[in-house]
Ligand binder design. Structure first.
Ligand code: ZN
Length: 254
């Protein structure tokens, strides 16, 4: 069975992405899966689109990727995000925009894994951030594993298949906060929603880049944290005239 590296929410942070891709090489996985938000917030959208196109076999569209291509979606973002989205749209060349256009919002890896950016529930983008939301989201998952990003916080939610029904509630869902390098055991008789955290803008108080390895031989999901050149990313933000707050949050993982 395949082993996948799972990356998400890169947000134009090439320093973090390069560090994560180098570390992923050590794992010798079969494929790298990207759950979206390649661009937005960060200073190097062109390189990040190119690196993802070259290294990832499956790429999902995030809300920032969508808003870069279609300005009608920009209104729902805060002022800082809007500013970088408008800037990103201007610096990307046709070849990058074409690559973003080709990606889809939902993909399956065989019969076992669903890939989305935010939430398997159809409709507007929402965050799967707690057991309450996850209990609802499970009703839209029909594979043992669903990979999501969007929250920028690594998390795993599980429930038994036999419990997934209309009156699904929070007590039937177990939540895990993955620790660096520690396996979380999944199994085929459960449903699991797994979030690898964010490569380029972690928000769980740990500034290290976050990604995961999903091993379908051992049925494990393992989050890994990787140090990268945060100062280099901050200087790049500065050079490209993007808001200071974006550089400040990289240092504290918020
Ligand atoms: Zn994001």
């Amino acid at each position: 069975m395949p082993r996948y590296a799972v990356i998400s929410d890169i947000h134009s942070n090439r320093h973090a992405l390069e560090a994560v891709l180098a570390r992923i090489e050590d794992f010798g996985v079969d494929q790298v899966i990207c759950l979206g938000d390649i661009v937005g917030y960060g200073p190097d959208p062109e390189v990040c689109v190119e690196l993802v196109s070259r290294n990832c076999s499956v790429v999902i569209q995030g809300n920032h990727d969508l808003a870069v291509m279609d300005p009608r979606y920009t209104a729902q973002f805060n002022a800082t995000a809007r500013k970088t989205l408008d800037w990103t749209r201007n610096v990307l060349e046709t070849v990058h925009l074409d690559a973003l256009c080709r990606i889809r919002s939902l993909e399956y890896l065989g019969d076992l894994v669903t890939c989305v950016h935010d939430n398997p529930m159809p409709g507007p983008m929402t965050y799967v951030y707690d057991q309450q939301v996850a209990s609802n989201a499970f009703r839209a998952v029909d594979t043992p594993i669903c990979l999501v990003g969007h929250t920028h916080i690594p998390m795993v939610f599980t429930t038994r298949v036999s419990l997934v029904e209309d009156d699904m509630d929070v007590r039937k869902v177990t939540a895990y906060l993955p620790r660096d390098g520690v396996d979380i055991q999944l199994d085929a008789a459960s449903r699991s929603i797994c979030n690898p955290g964010s490569v380029g803008q972690p928000r769980d108080g740990d500034p290290r880049a976050s990604f995961a390895v999903l091993d379908l031989d051992r049925w494990t999901f393992t989050v890994h944290r990787e140090r990268y050149d945060v100062v280099g990313a901050q200087l790049a933000l500065n050079r490209r005239g993007l808001p200071d707050v974006l550089a400040e949050r990289l240092a504290i993982g918020a």
